[in-house]
Design a protein around this ligand. Sequence first.
Ligand code: SF4
Length: 350
Amino acid sequence: MKKIDIRDLGIADLAKFIEKNGEKGFRVKQIHEWFWNKGARQFDDLKNIPKSLIDKLQEEFSFHALEIQEIQKSSDTTAKFSFISHDKKLTEGVLIPSLKRVTACISTQVGCPLGCSFCATGKLGFDRNLSAGEIFDQITLMQAYALENYQNPISNIVIMGMGEPMLNLEACSNAIQKLTSPLYIGMSPKRITLSTVGLCDGIYNLADKQLGIELAISLHSAIQSEREKLIPTAKLNPLSEITDALKYYHQKTNQRITIEYVLLKNVNDQAIHSRTLAEFCKSIPVKVNIIEFNPTEGIPYSKSDDKTRADFANYLESKNLIVNVRKSRGKDIAAACGQLAGKITKSDRI
Ligand code: SF4
């Protein structure tokens, strides 16, 4: 029988196990701290736990931590991490340092089933969801690198790497709770942003969970028929329903939502697109991030020129929208937005 990973176990279930085995109650907190705070990578790392109890834990549960397979460093100091799991699956994370912050971009799935036409991850297809522990591990593994190489800890987390987080929301929420709990990492939820391509059920669920994190939606077009060409799942999640879901998220959290918009030359960067985007943004408090497209092998788009990008942003600003134009980082190591897994093909995967 397949053992449950001990980090998929809630604290109440761990307490039951401890009680059933006649162990002292304070062991629950000690064990949890080892897995979520003190960086245990294997059962034998639980130094203040008696060997007899470690044996019982090992008999009942598995413990699968991610490991670093490779770190690629960009000339702009961005670092891309390939992580390998116990079952030899690869996933990726990116550290992006700047003057004021160190942002970690993390993944939630191995590959992705949604197949967005502008995204390298989508070309891989889907393998499996990452566990809460594996999502969490990406931060602890990258933290050590951040401290050593940037002399600063991770200040912000964006859940925008490989995979659609709403398709793995329970594991994501569990990892976020551990990252934000003062008992464990204690990061402010306001410094964590989860990005979705707009799965409405997930947006409602996330709002109800009240995690306090920020939400971003990858919109990329406010014209339904054109959006469906970029994001196949848009057919099941039309713009009118996304608007309702975002309004609900805002009502529940009182937060401004980020609209992500990757500008694709002659695809979604014309006057009609800025007009329809401004119209879409009218009914919800949002800010708009305009993202430079990163050309990737096998992806049939190119980036908009500087003037088109400036005109697009200026138009939105003239409609009183908050607009940030984001230059990509880590392009030389395929770590920029939409490029993750760009250099891993199915046959390369271990
Ligand atoms: S953009 Fe996100 S949802 Fe779409 S294929 Fe890429 S990883 Fe999946």
